[in-house]
Write a protein that binds this ligand. Structure first.
Ligand SMILES: Nc1nc2c(ncn2[C@@H]2O[C@H](COP(=O)(O)OP(=O)(O)O)[C@@H](O)[C@H]2O)c(=O)[nH]1
Ligand SMILES: [Mg+2]
Length: 487
């Protein structure tokens, strides 16, 4: 991990606090509207469930101009916790909001967590609970649900289980869940959930790692934490939190950069940990803590037409790149689907009277609902098994190909849009439970297709080995093909 660059203000804060047993960390960037609730819930949870431990709550903020930090330190009157819990807290709760430093010039959620890890390690906490600052559905019990397995059960990493809307969590559902499960064999349903618990031991392990990249300083952090816990052999469990209600995102307009950072990190780590995942076949359940919960997720609207148009538009400029990074049969099928997506989206936009971009409703007319849009392009189908093979092809390209990771991920995004569009269209009549079964079917498909990945990986690795040997013997290094895993 890059060397510590804690600011003098943070070092002073650490010196003032001295030590703590349990820490809640909250990364934030412009979350003034929602962070007060998160802070109050976390604070009540610390007092209610861990009255004998010395608590600290730290907000690592990006320097938000909207007053996020002020809200963290001023959110409630003194005595608030006593009022709602009817007990006088045994331990004083320290509440801190600070501006975290960039890591090697890169700022983002991961850089915020890096500061939280360093503070947690310096304070020698036994458990760190991290929760997002845009949460509406957090309650005090979440603190127990996330820290309990560490403090009472000896676990090192606690990942969330939520009921989420069937259209929410698309990066998780299409890539991080099935790939983490197929590669490393653990069925962690929310590997990038954002709300989690980490033990003191695992925090020290994180701080000792050397593979922190710029994407890890951004949204790559969550998959990095989960994968590092798995490859390090730490004890991982899940915990039932109920509904995740947070600021909604439309995958077609909000998730492109996040997809590149998350999936780029996942692939970089797969490349570097091949000896761990190559021998693993099948997968096993990961224990889940907490009482079952049924919750109605908040509604979420997605513009399926735009997803299909973006898939098609991507094919117009990226067909050649796709040919370099996807196996020939799969490439042909993807191009066929992209053409179909374009035709369907255009016809539907025309029928519904939407603009060419199919992004916005025509002036004066409200945008049709997700279901209406999906009905208009019904019939579009990106098959589960093709998706699994395409993801594996790109993983192979990330390890052995010549396309640089950023370009690879940028080329992947429109295909992801096509896949997400298809899932939303296919699932439009399904209940949450049935949609969940679809996610499981897809995950089994990734496991089933893993030999496809492993065979090609081994071939590429031995070709790389042969090339390296030839390279060592050859007098003209410039002509040697670059097939060794890229570092
Ligand atoms: N400190 C910091 N936090 C960030 C940044 N970007 C996002 N976050 C926080 O990370 C959490 C997750 O971000 P969010 O946009 O809700 O992503 P999602 O819910 O995972 O799709 C929230 O608490 C954000 O406030 C950033 O640049 N710096
Ligand atoms: Mg969020």
């Amino acid at each position: 991990m890059p060397s510590s660059a804690l600011t003098p203000a943070i070092k002073d804060e650490i010196a003032r606090l001295g030590s703590a047993d349990i820490m809640v960390g909250i990364p934030s960037f412009r979350n003034a509207a929602t962070i007060g609730h998160v802070v109050r819930a976390a604070q009540a949870g610390l007092v209610q469930y861990f009255p004998d431990l010395r608590p600290v709550l730290v907000n690592a903020d990006a320097g938000s101009p909207d007053g996020t930090q002020r809200i963290v330190v001023e959110t409630e009157p003194p005595g608030y916790v006593e009022q709602i819990l009817l007990v006088h807290p045994t331990n004083r709760l320290d509440r801190v909001s600070l501006t975290y430093p960039a890591v090697d010039g890169v700022s983002g959620k991961g850089a915020a967590l890096r500061t939280l890890f360093e503070m947690a390690a310096a304070l020698e906490v036994e458990a760190l609970v991290v929760v997002d600052s845009d949460l509406r559905s957090i309650v005090p019990e979440w603190i127990e649900l996330l820290a309990g397995p560490i403090l009472k059960g000896g676990y090192d990493f606690v990942t969330p289980l939520y009921s989420r809307h069937k259209y929410d969590g698309t990066i998780t559902n299409t890539v991080t869940y099935p790939v983490t499960r197929a590669l490393y064999g653990h069925r962690i349903r929310q590997p990038i959930g954002g709300d989690f618990g980490v033990s003191g031991d695992l925090i020290r392990h994180y701080l000792a790692q050397e593979d922190w990249t710029p994407d890890v300083s951004r949204f790559g952090i969550d998959i990095w934490m989960t994968t590092t816990a798995l490859t390090g052999g730490f004890a991982v469990c899940q915990t039932r939190l109920g509904a995740k209600i947070h600021d909604p995102k439309d995958p077609g307009s909000d998730l492109g950069p996040m997809f590149r950072q998350v999936v780029g990190t996942l692939m970089t780590m797969a490349r570097d940990n091949a000896e761990r995942w190559l021998p693993i076949t099948g997968s096993h359940d990961v224990p889940a803590y907490g009482f079952e919960r049924y919750a109605e997720p908040a509604p979420l609207e997605v513009n399926t037409l735009r997803l299909l148009s973006q898939f098609h538009e991507g094919s117009l400029t990226l067909a050649d790149t796709w040919q370099r990074i996807i196996a020939p049969d799969n490439w042909e099928q993807v191009l066929g689907l992209a053409a179909e997506a374009g035709t369907l989206a255009e016809a539907a936009a025309h029928r519904l009277g939407l603009g060419r971009e199919s992004g916005e409703g025509t002036a004066g007319r409200p945008m049709p609902s997700t279901d209406e849009l999906s009905d208009a392009v019904a019939g579009f189908h990106f098959p589960d098994d093709l998706w699994a093979r395409v993801v594996y092809d790109i993983l192979l390209s990330a390890s052995f190909g010549e396309t640089e990771m950023d370009r690879l991920m940028a080329a992947f995004v429109p295909i992801y849009f096509g896949r997400v569009g298809s899932l939303i269209i296919e699932d439009r009549r399904l209940s949450e439970e049935q949609a969940e079964e679809h996610v499981e079917r897809q995950a089994r498909e990734f496991e089933l297709r893993k030999p496809y990945l492993v065979e090609r990986w081994r071939e590429a690795a031995s070709a790389a080995q042969a090339a390296q040997t030839a390279h060592a013997a050859a007098p003209t290094p410039d002509t040697a093909p670059a097939v060794e895993p890229r570092r």
